[in-house]
Design a protein around this ligand. Structure first.
Ligand code: GDP
Ligand code: MG
Length: 163
């Protein structure tokens, strides 16, 4: 079977935007089961000749502070269970937040490789701001812009190196 890459992170960091960039038009399955996994979205991708599946875990996002925390925890657990590589997505505009730390706490327990992608780096002036994300402890953060597509090559390189 193809290796699986899961994108996790709190709501609005740009998971779905980056997911769409990664898969192009190769949307494979939209889960429609009742319950918490309802909107999990799968796609397929390929880089340097290496095929893999991608999960956008953000489909299970729920409203309200409590529910949001619950759902991002669930996503992170899911990613740990199912993925071979985890992309932990953050947002350079908001900087490192308490919710990011919550996700990181769960990912520390994983033995899967975790890549920190810092989204919304829409221009090079923002590049200096990604260094604070070293503090989450998963190595070099990779700056990307889901809107513009910049940094996607670096992210894909890091993913396939860890498959
Ligand atoms: P998700 O909740 O993590 O799946 O995030 P979305 O992909 O739905 O994006 C949340 C919001 O951030 C939307 O308004 C996007 O248009 C915006 N967004 C996503 N990627 C970028 C980016 O690279 N730069 C900027 N400036 N905005 C972005
Ligand atoms: Mg989303």
């Amino acid at each position: 079977a193809r290796p699986v890459v899961a994108i996790v992170g709190r709501p609005n960091v740009g998971k779905s935007t980056v997911f769409n960039r990664m898969i192009g038009d190769r949307l494979a399955i939209v889960e429609d089961r009742p319950g918490v996994t309802r909107d999990r979205i799968y796609g397929t991708s390929e880089w340097n000749g290496k095929p893999f599946s991608v999960i956008d875990t953000g489909g299970i996002e729920l409203d309200g502070e409590d529910m949001m925390l619950k759902s991002i925890r669930m996503q992170a657990e899911l990613a740990i269970a199912e993925a071979d590589v985890i992309v932990f997505m953050c947002d350079v505009k908001s900087g490192l937040t308490q919710s990011d730390e919550e996700v990181a706490q769960i990912l520390y327990r994983s033995r899967k490789p975790v890549i920190v992608a810092v989204n919304k780096v829409d221009n090079m002036n923002r590049m200096d701001d990604i260094y604070e994300f070293y503090n989450v402890g998963f190595g070099d953060p990779i700056g990307v812009s889901g809107s513009h597509g910049s940094g996607m090559g670096d992210l894909m390189d890091a993913i396939v190196e860890n498959l």
